[in-house]
Design a binder for this molecule. Structure first.
Ligand code: SAH
Ligand code: F3S
Length: 489
């Protein structure tokens, strides 16, 4: 079957279609079931909720059973080679199911769709449809194409799509915590990272539509939201448009622009009882105003995910991370001075091209300085098309990458244990998210610092803010006992 993506692309180049809002009239149940699976970052999980919303308006009901799916969508991740291999393996499984259900269609969404485009159709015969992260509003048209027996591709990146007007259908929701997207794309061009290529240029969502979504979540009983973006601290609303075009905005637009610290404040004031988190912060874009807003509002959680990637100035520069080790320390000092009990987590990459033993030691000493609460650590994976792939040889041997990775993971585990132990003996507020995975008799929830806590259920319920006395811990979980409801209920 030959792809007809030219036809579909022409349609979506038309601005009136790209920018069109969704039909307000829901089509009745079309009897078809959508099975959607997500990989990678939180943004992908959040995008899948947007996709489910768009398709529910087309009459699709979601199902958690692959065996009864009429349409399978897989929202993919390209960040490391392994993430892509996982998706390819999953496609094999879908292929097996399709043998039983020949009418079942398979679509690939997200970053792999954007990276591989129509090549996907050639490489994976099972795929009927390839849809990039800014093209989900075109799904109804694309599905019509595949229903008529043609393959369909839309991988056009947009300068204004934020899906601000789509109310996400909450998938696999615990009814307590939810993601709210605030920016899309990334302009930072870290040399190892594929995201700027797969998610396009950075743009921010209208603060009013963000607040409306948060208000609706509160009314539905949600108690915690996470504001999402590849680089949230770079949020800037000036009436629409790309972040990079802000310089050319009118004086009026500049005077009334809303930055991330102001957005945080607006959300915190709009719903003073909802807990607010945000992710991810790039150190070079995090301002003191953000840290001060966190300190000022009790409902903004005391937790910052602050990836640094490396402790070596030379490697930071080669990665195009626009801060030095010293500047990072100053940021950490400011956070600890303004919010003494703030938890901080990291992302690290070992074995970036040219990384020496000395560079690696710089990473270990940086970790000693910060003592992160936890972290996400990876061996460098070369991504096609990135500046690092084009300009630098992937010259650190796999065994060396792995050994360095093990060293930083071991150090992080020691720090995690040290940090979590400080909570034992304290009484802290925990928001109950659900039953503990290990015991039906215990609730699982998180503290403001994002630490997981478990405690006996008693008469408390999901969604309660409970004061918990922490009696014990493992390196990742606090174990305690409830002493009463928090005043925040
Ligand atoms: N701003 C994003 C970061 C995206 S990627 C966010 O919101 O999470 C998440 C992490 O994956 C990065 O911080 C980095 O540590 C890691 N990563 C990205 N590209 C990588 C690569 N090519 N190889 C190994 N790890 C990578
Ligand atoms: Fe990637 Fe750097 Fe942006 S890690 S998502 S290019 S901040």
């Amino acid at each position: 079957m030959l792809p007809v993506f030219y036809v579909v692309m022409e349609k979506t180049i038309d601005e009136s279609i790209q920018g069109s809002t969704l039909s307000l009239v829901d089509k009745s149940n079309n009897g078809r079931k959508l099975y959607i699976e997500s990989y990678g970052c939180q943004m992908n999980f959040s995008d899948s909720e947007i996709v489910a919303s768009i398709l529910s308006k087309e009459g699709f009901n979601t199902t958690q059973e692959l065996s009864e799916a009429d349409l399978v969508l897989v929202n993919t991740c390209s960040i490391r080679e392994k993430a892509e291999l996982t998706v390819r393996k999953r496609l094999e499984k879908f292929n097996a199911v399709k043998k039983e259900r020949p009418h079942m269609k398979v679509g690939v969404l997200g970053c792999m769709a954007e990276r591989l485009k129509h090549k996907f159709l050639e490489e994976e015969k099972i795929v009927d449809m390839v849809v990039g992260p800014d093209a989900y509003k075109d799904l109804p048209n694309l599905i019509q194409e595949i229903d008529e027996g043609r393959n369909a591709v839309n991988v056009i990146l947009s300068k204004d799509e934020t899906y601000g007007d789509v109310a996400p259908v909450r998938l696999n929701s615990n009814g307590v915590t939810a993601f709210v997207s605030i920016t899309r794309g990334c302009d930072n061009m870290c040399t190892f990272c594929v995201v700027p290529f797969t998610r396009g240029r950075e743009r921010s969502r209208d603060p009013q539509s963000i607040i409306n979504e948060v208000n609706e979540l509160w009314e539905k009983g949600f108690k915690e939201i996470t504001l999402l973006g590849q680089n949230v601290d770079s949020y800037l609303w000036y009436g629409g448009g790309l972040k990079k075009d802000f310089e050319g905005a009118s004086d009026m637009q500049k005077a009334t622009a809303v930055d991330f610290s102001q957005l945080l404040e607006k959300v915190a004031l709009a719903q003073p009882k909802i807990r607010i988190r945000f992710s991810t912060s790039n150190p070079q874009d995090m301002t003191l105003d953000v840290i001060r807003a966190m300190a000022k509002y009790e409902n903004i959680c005391n937790y910052i995910h602050l990836p640094v990637q490396s402790g070596s100035d030379r490697i930071l520069k080669a990665m195009n991370r626009l801060h030095t080790r010293q500047e990072y320390f100053e940021l950490i000092d400011n956070i600890k001075a303004i919010i003494p009990d703030c938890a901080i987590s990291q992302d690290m990459i070992t074995g970036f091209p040219t990384e020496t033993e000395d560079d690696h030691k710089d990473t270990l000493t940086l970790m000693e300085y910060v003592k992160y609460d936890y972290g996400f650590m990876f061996a460098y994976s070369e991504r096609p098309g990135t500046l690092a792939a084009r300009k630098l040889e992937d010259d650190v041997a796999d065994e060396v990458k792995k050994r360095r990775l093990t060293e930083i993971i071991d150090l992080q585990q020691r720090h995690s244990l040290e940090r979590i132990q400080r909570n034992v003996g304290e009484t802290q507020e925990v928001l109950i998210e659900g039953t503990s995975k290990k015991s039906d008799m215990h609730w699982m929830g998180r503290t403001s610092q994002n630490t997981v806590a478990v405690f006996p259920k008693e008469n408390y319920k999901v969604g309660d803010f409970v004061m918990v006395r922490m009696d014990d811990c493992t390196s990742a979980t606090l174990i305690g006992e409830a002493v009463g409801l928090s005043h925040n209920n």
